[in-house]
Design a binder for this molecule. Structure first.
Ligand code: PEP
Ligand code: MG
Length: 877
């Protein structure tokens, strides 16, 4: 049987997202709810997948079905493609399973040609409108389907406006627009060497192909990577009878949210423009009116719209983001979807929906995107700073948060400056989807044009980046990379600060304050804790990080990297002495200088953790990272150690390694120099004993972790050193303190022999940074240079160093868990690689039964929420 690739809106429903995409499924659902939806059909995501399987062509079967459904649409609407009396015009719009705002392409007014436009002008008795629609269509078709680039057309419009002495598009007459349409066609001919297609069916096939193709454009690929959307999903295409918001003063178009997407406040929020088409609102070219004003402009339409909003929100049990068009006083719904929102709004909406009895606490926890919390965990401007500083201007508070940075004017410049280690604010007239990468890396975004639903605002909210939009007072000079505001000129590289919660702009660098978890954030996190099975620890090397993590809900330290403590200026000399020592005595002397310093560090960390478990890892990195390279440093060290510069230089050279990440590091250091393990164990045990005696209520039980183990006997060797040292100290102190010795699993051989290793190890912590490096054979420090080509060629979809590669590295983790449990059923299992704070990795860790994940302090709340969602989805027995 042949596949059904196409569904009329009246044939589908809201549960068919995978096949119809979000937009198609919701259009079908609204149709079945009896709402005013222009008629149409959806070409399924399977057709898109087939297009790619057929080498980017639409096969005859799919083309045949498209023609069949056009016929059906003609029958239903009573209009025909190319008709001179009652022409059918359609919009062609993308719609993936997950919404990707602005990432893919849309074509409006398809079906117009030189003849139909005349008939259309007569039928509507509105030639101005007809020619406006035609010139828009030529422009969009050229841009989206033929990839000519819209700037040539915009230039022609600007020239025409200048010639006529007008400033607004709406001031151009029917004659002007007719002339523009001719000019656009000529431009098309010049650029492409062929005539603008006149056959509506040919136009339609071109448009459908363009939408399928747009699934793979660079900005869509980038968006998918950021949002974990697989490229195999494909996009659906919606073909819908046109309704016109640009038919005159009784027509209009707008977008609205059932609640405020920036704050979550329960109040209709949106904008509309009379006599306009959709792209005018989103592009921010004209400043729209607020949705409340529709009440005065068209009271009945407003009431009907409000009623629909209530019904939709109640039906979907979530805040809705809707697009509508009014054609000659008649309302049409063009889209509804669960609205994108800021993290703060998401928390408020979730709590409000629970309080309103619309959803359960579990549903509230499940509806928050864990990654979005990141925006709430970063700094805000403290009150004193805001009282002191005087704003130089104000725009719309489009996406909350606080940001200070140096001004740059293009998305490319953002990337260049950030690569140099700078914090930047992107200042633009308006943003467009091509700017997405720059917007991602900027601390904040400031635009001159555009409302709360402009591209900049929508995208910034989605990313959790602070954004102030529509600051019309800015006199922009993009060409010379400067602007004027508040009577002062700001150039590239100057500091400014943005407050995305008030819209205020400051002409200086403001300081920021740490975030806190309270209010609705606290409520959601408390629910998350109730529903999760996986524990969440943190990677912290300093008491400050440890305290931060505890404030964010960390239940312990999963990884304390001791090497970071050695880089302090007052310690580096002692560690260097240890490294270049020729004899055990020399080394022990240097180590004895380090021991009290390490002990003090560990005491401070135990204090900060207030009795929560702390895993401390023995020294890991290659020794040469610590040795001096600067001749002056070498000379100073030689003097200090009373050896010759020549001798020291030789030692330094002898430490050189060709492949240090696979060289003399990790437990290999302890095998060659057991005195290092001895000193570190001693510092850990003494610190724990000291804190226990001061804080008897805390259950301190040191967890000592051996890095880079690949063989059970290697671990047994180091463990012997640790045990001998620890037991002696504990006995001398007359204490009954327990301690644990465990290992990192970060070498594939350790995962493969985990049953043997578990004989020695009381816990495993998966070091998925090294495990990924060694499983892929990718240098963790260099992979960034070539991974981009792997994404472009769809070999890999995401960075395996950020999101665990479940198919490969994950298999090793799973296998090691099973082998480890076989030997030691109660073995504690954790992960401490970077991936431990990534929501999809957290879900994986939950599913394979780890005890905890450990991640950086700022990702602790993200991991808590992701762990709860994983347990809601797949409850642990
Ligand atoms: C790891 O390899 O995953 C790990 C946590 O250790 P490090 O990053 O210090 O090598
Ligand atoms: Mg490692």
């Amino acid at each position: 049987m042949s596949t059904k690739y196409i569904y009329l809106f009246s044939e589908g429903n809201g549960s068919m997202r995978e096949l119809l995409g979000g937009k198609g499924a919701n259009l079908a659902e609204m149709t079945s709810m009896g709402m005013p939806v222009p008629r149409g059909f959806t070409i399924s995501t399977e057709a898109c997948t087939q297009y790619y399987a057929d080498d980017r062509t639409i096969n005859p079967e799919i083309e045949g079905q498209i023609m069949e459904y056009i016929k059906k649409l003609e029958e239903i609407t009573g209009k025909q493609f190319g008709s001179m009396t009652n022409p059918l015009l359609v919009s062609v719009r993308s719609g993936a399973r997950a919404s990707m705002p602005g990432m893919m392409d849309t074509i409006l007014n398809l079906g117009l040609n030189d003849e139909v436009v005349e008939a259309f002008a007569k039928k509507t008795k509105n030639p101005r409108f007809a020619y406006d629609s035609y010139r828009r269509f030529i422009q969009m078709y050229s841009d989206v389907v033929m990839e000519v680039g819209k700037k040539y057309f915009e230039q022609l419009i600007d020239e025409m406006k200048e010639k006529r002495g007008v400033t607004q598009d709406t001031e151009l007459t029917a004659k002007d627009l007719k002339e523009l349409a001719e000019m656009f066609k000529a431009e098309y001919r010049t650029k492409l060497g062929e005539e603008f297609p006149q056959d509506p069916k040919e136009q339609l096939m071109g448009a459908v192909k363009a939408v399928f193709r747009s699934w793979d454009n660079p900005r869509a690929i980038y968006y998918r990577r950021m949002n974990d959307i697989p490229s195999s999903w494909g996009t659906a295409v919606n073909v819908q009878e046109m309704v016109f918001g640009n038919m005159g003063d009784t027509s209009g178009t707008g977008v609205a949210f059932t609640r405020n997407p920036a704050t979550g406040e329960k109040k209709l929020f949106g904008e509309f423009l009379m006599n306009a088409q959709g792209e005018d609102v989103v592009a921010g070219v004209r400043t729209p009116q607020t949705i409340d004003q529709l009440k005065d402009v068209m009271p009945e339409v407003y009431d009907q719209f409000v009623d629909i909003c209530h019904k939709l929100e109640y039906h979907y049990r979530d805040m809705q983001d809707m697009e509508f068009t009014i054609e000659n006083k008649k309302l049409f719904m063009l889209q509804t979807r669960n609205g994108k929102r800021t993290a703060a709004a998401a928390l408020k909406i979730a709590c409000d929906l629970v309080d309103e009895g619309m959803i359960t606490e579990q549903e509230a926890v499940a509806m928050i995107d864990p990654k979005s919390l990141d925006a709430l965990l970063h700094p805000t401007f403290p009150k004193e700073e805001l009282e002191r500083a005087k704003p130089i201007g104000q725009g719309l508070a489009a996406s909350p948060g606080a940001a200070a940075g140096r001004i740059v004017f293009t998305a490319d410049d953002v990337v260049t400056w950030v690569d140099k280690g700078e914090k930047v604010i992107l200042v633009r007239l308006e943003t467009s989807p091509e700017d997405i990468e720059g917007m991602h890396y900027a601390r904040g975004i400031l635009t001159v044009r555009g409302g709360m639903t402009s591209h900049a605002a929508v995208v910034a909210r989605g990313m959790g980046t602070c954004c102030v939009s529509g600051c019309g007072a800015i006199k922009m000079d993009e060409a010379n990379k400067k602007f004027e505001l508040g009577g002062k000129v700001y150039k590239e590289g100057d500091w400014i600060s943005l407050d995305g919660s008030t819209g205020n702009i400051y002409g200086e660098r403001l300081h920021t304050a740490e975030a806190e978890i309270s209010g609705e954030f606290g409520r959601i996190m408390a629910w998350a804790d109730k529903f999760r099975a996986l524990q969440v620890r943190t990677n912290a090397d300093t008491p400050k990080d440890a305290r931060q993590a505890v404030n964010f809900g960390a239940e312990g330290i999963g990884l304390c990297r001791t090497e970071h403590m050695f880089f302090d200026p007052d310690r580096i000399s002692a560690i260097r002495q240890m490294i270049v020592s020729d004899t055990v005595e020399q080394r022990e002397k240097a180590l004895s200088k380090l021991e009290p310093m390490q002990q003090a560090d560990f005491e401070a960390i135990y204090e900060a953790m207030k009795g929560r478990p702390v895993t401390i890892r023995l020294l890991d990195p290659p020794l040469h990272e610590f040795v001096p390279t600067d001749p002056a440093d070498i000379e100073a060290l030689a003097k200090e150690m009373n050896i010759t510069v020549e001798h020291l230089t030789n030692v330094v050279h002898s430490l050189h390694e060709f492949n240090p990440m696979m060289g003399h590091r990790g437990c290999r250091l302890d095998v060659t120099f057991p005195e290092i393990a001895r000193m570190q164990t001693s510092a850990i045990i003494k610190a724990a004993l000291a804190v226990r005696s001061r804080r008897p209520a805390w259950q301190i039980e040191p967890e000592i972790m051996v890095p880079l183990v690949g063989e059970a006997r290697e671990l047994a060797y180091v463990k012997n050193v640790i045990d001998a040292t620890a037991q002696k100290l504990i006995k001398e102190a007359g204490s009954d303190m327990h301690y644990k010795v465990g290992t990192m699993i970060e070498i594939p051989r350790a995962a493969l022999t985990a049953d043997d290793i578990a004989k020695e190890a009381e816990f495993f912590s998966f070091g998925t940074n090294d495990l990924t490096q060694m499983t892929f054979g990718f240098s963790r420090d260099d992979a960034g240079k070539f991974l981009a080509s792997y994404y472009d060629n769809k070999i890999y979809e995401s960075d395996p160093f950020s999101k665990l590669d479940q198919a490969g590295v994950g298999r090793l983790v799973e296998m090691a868990c099973e082998l480890g449990r076989k030997t030691r059923p109660d073995i504690k299992l954790g992960i401490c690689g970077e991936q431990g704070g990534d929501p999809s990795t957290v879900e994986f860790c939950h599913n394979v039964g780890l005890t905890y994940v450990s991640c950086s302090p700022f990702r602790v709340p993200i991991a808590r929420l992701a762990a709860a969602q994983a347990n809601i989805k797949n409850p642990r027995k």
